[in-house]
Design a protein around this ligand. Sequence first.
Ligand code: VGL
Ligand code: ZN
Length: 203
Amino acid sequence: MEALILVDIQNDFLPGGALAVANGDAVVPVANQLQPHFDLIVATQDFHPKNHLSFAANHSGKQIGDIIQLNGLDQVLWPNHCVQGSAGAEFASDLQMEKVAEVFPKGTNPKIDSYSGFFDNGHRKATGLGDYLKEHGVNRVFVVGLATDYCVKFTALDAKKLGFDTTVIPEATRAVNLQPQDFEKAINEMAAAGVKIISLKDF
Ligand code: VGL
Ligand code: ZN
């Protein structure tokens, strides 16, 4: 049983959004095009309270892009984004949601960030996505969405660690690229961990 995981395809990660990913909107038609090939589709949703400690604005004297220590973990400070109840937290308006069986919110605890759709960054609490996929007999997952170098990467790495045969389609993702090579580095890191990287034309 195969599942498609749509990672954080939300307004704030699209051009014009609070944490805009360059060409992030390009993943929407690709995600829509892939959907008919799957019997199970799930989505993750970055869903922060406004006092979330990944926001630079919640630390006096800190700037967006600074790295701080948060409960023993390195934390990049981001602009306020995907705030619960805001339009930026909503899924891209052109993303087909009719076939999405379940949405898994993450990053809801103000004290810890959650790049992966499966666990917070400290691997302390699960979102329920792993159990949900196993209960539905899923053994193979395809991970697409935003952003390649953060939430797609950590979702794919956790999927692989949990024992799912895991594939990422790079053309169905876009990267934040705080550093220009971050897209390539993320793809290489996933491949080194045993995540299959396949091109859209070979899907
Ligand atoms: C993400 C940074 C902060 C992502 C979420 O979806 O990749 N990146 N929050
Ligand atoms: Zn976030």
